[in-house]
Design a protein around this ligand. Structure first.
Ligand SMILES: [Zn+2]
Length: 435
């Protein structure tokens, strides 16, 4: 009897099973996630010639189908597993290119059980590009950089609506539409914080925006609420005090827990950054919040033309992703994916386009009103580096002829001279952009 009990409890404690494996290729790394039936100790090491990564799991066995994994966009040639000693499991990754591996375990949460995460970080760093981008930002006609952040991704699907529609997929499509609009607009440059299905940690999102020299950070979501009747789009900025509503607290709480689901490895430098960011926060947070509110209210106004809005004004809550001290930041909830009607709309390409267009219009309006110094927009508004020539209207001149003779758009000429119509008179002096 006693013997049987011992046997039972040892089998209960032993053998974590690898139930499933997921692969998430990102531009700078590939993430492998192993779903485990329980906690398991692991060891990771590399072997050369041929290049391999070995993961040993104590007291574990494999139940996932490794051959089904899509490895095309990863540094992995092949994954295989075998027994290691009496009860261990060995997983071998055969590599086709050099990577820097790191691994960590994640505890169970609302969405997942025990997970082992292995990140294969690409050897060639993206840092060089960052420096170059900042350098080109130094000239006097730089583009306004808009960091577009599609929420969630990879391990974190975000909210899930009727018919298994996932927030991460909907918001990525809207983000891409928005990026396309800015790409086509002179004076703007979009940067997608994620442009495929992988997870980016909250801190990394703002860090990526800063590295790109962003003038604005816009985070796009389509969340769920506990009541499926909740509907409407909304625009959010960071609250310095509490959230402006119960909804705000709820949404911010959900968003801020995304790292637990998406999985963030412990980076050694994080505690240093906390101190640094704390200092910066005090210095410039205030001005960036007031800019955020201005942009937010333009976006709110334009969105109101294409979508039902949850509230009439921009709302505030403690979203962590908005806590860049130096970059104005807004978060757009494009609708409630938990609401069947809105879930249907959010999946429609035409509605995604309308939403992107309205966000674009709001942002563009803000920056045309207040172009940051040193940008092409500021330069244009000053009549080309502040230099304009003067022209005295002669008999027979029309505004459109003067415009085309000088290669200036008629609208631009009107704006520059404060004209409300095309009527000009002989002898009138017009300002004309120098170039
Ligand atoms: Zn979200």
């Amino acid at each position: 009897m006693l013997g049987l009990l011992v046997l039972l409890s040892s089998t209960l404690l032993s053998a974590a099973t690898v139930k499933q494996v997921r692969v998430w290729p990102a531009p700078d790394h590939t993430r492998l996630v192993f779903d485990l039936s329980g906690a398991a100790e692991h060891k990771l090491f590399t072997l050369a010639n041929p290049s391999r990564i070995v993961i040993d799991l104590a007291n574990s066995k494999m139940a996932a189908k490794l051959s089904a994994l899509e490895l095309a966009k990863t540094p992995i040639e092949n994954i295989r597993s075998g027994k290691r000693g009496p009860s261990g499991l060995r997983i071998v990754l055969d590599l086709k290119s050099q990577t820097q591996p790191r691994s960590f375990s994640l505890k169970p949460n609302a969405k997942y059980g025990h997970r082992l995460v292995v990140d294969l970080v690409n050897k060639k760093k993206a840092e060089v590009k960052t420096v170059k981008q900042l350098a080109t930002n130094g000239n006097s006609k730089r583009d306004i950089v808009i960091a577009i952040d599609a929420g969630h991704g990879g391990e974190d699907p975000g909210a899930i609506g009727p018919g298994r529609v996932k927030e991460k997929d909907v918001v990525l499509r809207i983000a891409r539409e928005l990026a396309a609009l800015f790409k086509a607009e002179a004076g703007f440059k979009p940067v997608l914080i994620r442009d495929s299905d992988y997870y980016v940690g909250l801190r990394n999102r703002t860090r990526k925006a800063r590295n790109a020299g962003a003038d604005l950070f816009v985070s796009i979501h389509a969340d769920a609420f506990k009541r499926s009747s909740a509907r409407g789009a909304s625009v959010w900025t960071l609250s310095e005090r509490g959230a402006s509503s119960e909804m705000g607290r709820w949404l911010a709480g959900r968003e801020n827990s995304t790292d637990l689901i998406g999985g963030v490895g412990t980076l050694s430098k994080d505690s240093d950054n906390d101190v640094l960011e704390g200092v910066l926060l005090d210095m410039s947070m205030h001005s960036s919040i007031s800019h955020s509110r201005e942009v937010g209210s333009h976006v709110q106004r334009y969105m109101g033309k294409v979508a039902h809005m949850h509230k009439k004004q921009v709302q505030h809550a403690g979203f962590m992703v908005l806590k860049s001290p130096d970059i104005p930041s807004i978060l757009v909830e494009t609708g409630f994916i938990s609401n069947p009607g809105e879930a249907r709309l959010l999946q429609q390409r035409s509605h995604q386009r309308k939403l992107a267009q309205s966000i674009f219009n709001g942002i563009r309006t803000h920056f045309s009103n207040k172009p940051p110094p040193g940008t092409l927009l500021a330069w244009k508004q000053n009549g080309g580096d502040g230099k304009t020539t003067r022209y005295k209207v002669s008999r027979g001149d029309t505004l459109s002829v003067i415009a085309s003779r000088n290669g200036v758009a008629l609208k631009r000429l009107r704006e520059l001279n404060g004209l409300t119509s095309d009527v000009i008179r002989v002898g009138q002096v017009l300002r004309i952009p120098a170039s």
